[in-house]
Design a binder for this molecule. Structure first.
Ligand code: F0G
Length: 454
């Protein structure tokens, strides 16, 4: 058996609670069948997200103690800038309080009404910011991307033929940039290859179109390139990451994910792009040397970025996810393969064929799994989608229950518990019915919406 070894030891712990099933049932009802509305006091394992919930290293905590408190010109910011230059290869840095704040600044600066933004796949907040600025997301993924069961190593690749067609149809003037998400969050944490990025770079450059990388989950994407793209088998994570970022005009990230802490940033080597964006940072975020973050977060972020290029650190989450996915897959449960980054993704349509997509199978599965296990996952399906102009749900391409694997947080026995409870629930899947909204927010409804059993 391939056992993913923890290459770290636990030195600070937090007590967890495993409530009786009746209490979990009541808690889920009180939360309107939305796992975002549960309280951590009612959770055993919190697999909602890897965002801001990763374990910190001793080095990160240490660095937080020597942070340089200053509104302007903080040495902490200089250290973060150095880390971004060394690890991601970008010299101009705009700090922001988290990933969606970067999306706000980028969308406000570059998108005008009627524009289109082609990308391998959207993320919820990305799409919301593009929409609000009058743009439209065009998803040009490959045929492999949405297949639940696949052996394709790079389901996050962008389809070059479709990109060519989009450029021919809209023209470069209406395409402010092409966006590549490394790795693709909503379709199972699936990476794209360096070769795909090189090809996209060549095509966008030929037409003078900017290329933007969302590198919120880049560590895992780089890890998969090393594992799955033969050319990079013996390359260092550091070199792969530098080449990867160098193939773009602009990168941005949520460092709640990539460097295991909080905050975010936009970075580029193009001074013209930096100058176009920079005035929005003091307006929305804070001064140019803190961008809405505390200096302690900035220090932890700098150390976390440097730790991203350590194989023993960046491999942890993907190897645990792979262990869980392989176990579930070999037991016949419907899961997204190959295992990706971020978390294990369960195919709710395969799990609950009797629940129609209009009754939100992924949401129903997330709620049921919490009741059955005390484990909190996240709905990544039609509840996370939006309605069209006639008020009908735009059905999501995939209905997934995402069980995030925050970096270095859980032990293997906890992962085995997750597998055991999922197998039990699968054997008893006819117990699970559908959901409908009783309170539905207009924007990003999945965060605060409340539902009930149909
Ligand atoms: N881009 C990607 C690929 C993300 O996964 C996220 C956040 C963001 C941008 C936005 O960053 O949350 O710091 O504002 N993903 C989290 C998740 C929320 O749970 O998947 P943020």
């Amino acid at each position: 058996e391939e056992i993913p070894l923890e290459l770290h030891k636990v030195r600070v712990v937090q007590k967890l609670h495993l409530r009786p099933v009746e209490e979990r049932h009541r808690a889920m009802e009180a939360a309107g069948y939305n796992t975002f509305l549960l309280h951590t006091r009612d959770l055993f394992l919190d697999m909602l997200t890897d965002s801001g919930t990763n374990a910190m290293s001793d080095q990160q905590i240490g660095a937080m103690m020597v942070a340089d408190d200053a509104y302007a010109g903080s040495a902490s910011f200089a250290r973060m800038q150095d880390a971004i230059r060394d690890v991601l290869g970008m010299k101009y840095v705009l700090p922001v309080h988290q990933g969606r704040a970067a999306e706000n600044v980028i969308s406000k600066t570059f998108i005008k009404a009627g524009d289109v933004v082609p990308m391998n796949y959207h993320f919820t907040t990305t799409k919301a910011h593009i929409d609000i600025n009058g743009g439209k997301v065009l998803e040009i993924y490959t045929d492999e991307a949405l297949k639940i069961k696949s052996a394709h190593p790079f389901k996050g690749n962008l389809d070059l033929k479709k990109l060519e067609a989009v450029i021919a149809e809209y023209g470069p003037a209406r395409i402010p940039y092409v966006r590549m998400e490394a790795s693709t969050n909503l379709i199972g944490g699936q990476p794209f290859s360096m070769q795909n990025l090189r090809d996209v770079r060549a095509m966008t450059r030929q037409h003078g179109i900017m290329l933007v990388l969302d590198v919120s989950l880049v560590g895992e994407n780089i890890w998969f390139i090393k594992q799955r793209e033969p050319e990079f088998k013996n390359a260092s994570i550091r070199d792969i990451l530098l080449e990867f970022c160098s193939l773009s005009d602009l990168i941005y990230f949520s460092s709640r994910k990539v460097s295991s802490t909080r905050g975010g940033a936009i970075a580029t080597n193009r001074q013209d792009l930096f100058n176009r964006m920079k005035d929005l940072v003091p307006l929305y975020e804070g001064f140019l040397t803190y961008g809405g973050m505390s200096v302690r977060e900035i220090e932890a972020m700098a150390v976390g970025l440097r730790e991203t290029i350590d194989d023993t650190i960046i491999s942890q989450s993907p190897s645990f996810i792979k262990y869980l996915i392989n176990d579930l897959d070999s037991s016949g449960l419907p899961v997204v393969t190959p295992a990706g980054g971020l978390g294990a993704h369960i195919d709710a349509r395969g799990f609950l064929p009797h629940v129609p997509q209009t009754e939100y199978p992924a949401g129903a599965l997330a709620a049921a799994f919490y009741i059955a296990s005390g484990v909190r996952g996240m709905e990544r399906g039609t509840i996370s989608s939006v309605r069209d102009e006639n008020g009908n749900d735009i059905l999501a391409d995939v209905e997934l229950l995402r069980l995030a694997m925050p970096r270095r947080v859980f032990t293997l026995s906890q992962v085995k518990y997750v597998a055991d409870r999922l197998k039990w629930l699968y054997a008893n899947r006819e117990l699970i019915g559908g959901l409908k909204f009783v309170d539905e927010p207009k924007v990003l409804r999945f965060f605060l919406g409340r539902l009930t059993a149909t």
